[in-house]
Design a protein around this ligand. Structure first.
Ligand SMILES: Nc1nc2c(ncn2[C@@H]2O[C@H](COP(=O)(O)OP(=O)(O)OP(=O)(O)O)[C@@H](O)[C@H]2O)c(=O)[nH]1
Ligand SMILES: [Mg+2]
Length: 342
């Protein structure tokens, strides 16, 4: 999301007052009669200071996208990142300041016009004092907008037209490795949990159809209430973007998470989201045939066996995706039903 550079109160005031000074100089060097000059000079200063301040706020307001007009994914993403209510409150404060600037301009222009020439400078000083105090009063809100700008700088750009697969699973199970195998995206891959903090996106085309693969931060099998912001971002992507969810099990358990927990999370996701799920067992290169794993495999209907790091089985995922996209696998969980536990 693009938010223009957010100035500090001091920067706003410096700019407004120095522009006001320039405007006053213009009047001072003009040809109007001398006795009128002091009042007109001060009037120009007041008007310009109010207008420049107002313009600064209006520019911020115009250029900040309206959250309520955005896709629900972005609304929830912004809510997780900074809080939609706080953002609206900050923009509301700018609107308030614009209104006050209008009032101050009218009030003090009127006062300076009615003042004696030798008093005009005092009226202008009083106006500047009021302007300063209004601008300083919304310091926290300006700070918050600046914080928002930083936080949303890397907000992902979503293609809402493409068929979208969201990869989900525990931390460290190989989600980002898989994204790298399927698309030219370069997400961070590392041997520790929660490597992926944000949402990574890759794209590819197959038979003239566009696909978008979204890699999410790892999830743990805990209630949404207990999730941290990193996990919540994954949930937001699942909720709003997934045409199909790809749930990765780490068959080797080298991620540090037992299959039992991974199955619990899978069942949780299956119940929470009304989206079809493709199940894959990853890191198959690390496991020998074993009964313990077979038990979990048999709980699912034809899960895919892959090794994301060497690419084996990845073609099966793409084939499966094409079938979902072509409508052959249309209905919710028609194929991949779990064992009904939980
Ligand atoms: N042997 C083997 N290692 C793998 C495989 N897939 C991923 N890994 C390794 O597992 C580790 C974690 O992989 P990532 O792709 O970062 O896992 P992730 O699920 O994206 O992790 P988070 O972003 O932290 O949730 C890395 O060291 C990978 O190289 C695989 O199929 N076989
Ligand atoms: Mg990752």
């Amino acid at each position: 999301m693009f938010i223009p550079t957010v100035p500090t109160p001091e920067e706003i005031l410096d700019k407004s007052f120095s522009r006001a000074k320039k405007a006053a100089n213009k009047v001072r060097t003009s040809t109007i009669p001398r006795y009128k000059k002091s009042k007109q000079t001060e009037e120009a200063r007041i008007k310009t200071a109010c207008q420049v301040t107002k313009d600064t706020f209006n520019n911020l307001l115009d250029k900040t996208p309206q959250v309520e007009n955005m896709h629900m994914f972005y609304q929830d993403y912004i809510d997780v990142m900074v809080g939609v209510d706080e953002l609206k409150k900050s923009l509301g404060a700018l609107n308030w300041a614009v209104g006050i600037m209008n009032k101050l301009e009218n009030e003090y222009v009127f006062k300076v016009r009615r003042s004696r020439p030798e008093n005009a400078a005092n009226v202008r000083k009083a106006a500047f004092g009021r302007i300063s105090s209004v601008v300083r009063q919304i310091k926290d809100e300006l700070d918050f907008l600046d914080f928002t700008k930083g936080k949303l700088r890397n907000m992902p750009t979503i293609d809402f037209e493409a068929f979208t697969l969201v990869i989900a699973g525990f931390p460290n199970v190989g989600k980002s490795t898989l994204l790298r195998q399927i698309t030219p995206a370069e997400p961070k891959v590392a041997d520790y949990p929660f490597t992926t903090h944000g949402i990574q996106i890759g794209h590819f085309e197959k038979r003239w159809k566009k696909y978008q693969i979204i890699d999410t931060p790892g999830l743990l099998d805990r209630p949404i209430m207990d999730m941290n912001n990193i996990e919540l971002r994954a949930m937001v992507a699942l909720e709003h973007l997934a045409d199909v969810i790809l749930y990765i099990f780490d068959a080797s358990e080298t991620s540090g998470y037992p299959l039992e927990s991974q199955m619990r999370l899978y069942n949780e996701i299956r119940h929470v989201f009304d989206t079809q799920i493709i199940c894959v067992f990853n890191k198959m290169d690390l496991v020998e045939n074993n009964k313990y794993l077979d038990e979990y495999i048999s709980m699912l209907d034809n899960p895919l066996m892959i090794s994301a790091s060497n690419g084996s089985g990845v073609d099966l995922i793409i084939k499966e995706l094409e079938e979902y996209n072509g409508g052959k696998k249309g209905n919710k969980n028609e194929k991949r039903v779990g064992n009904g536990e939980s």
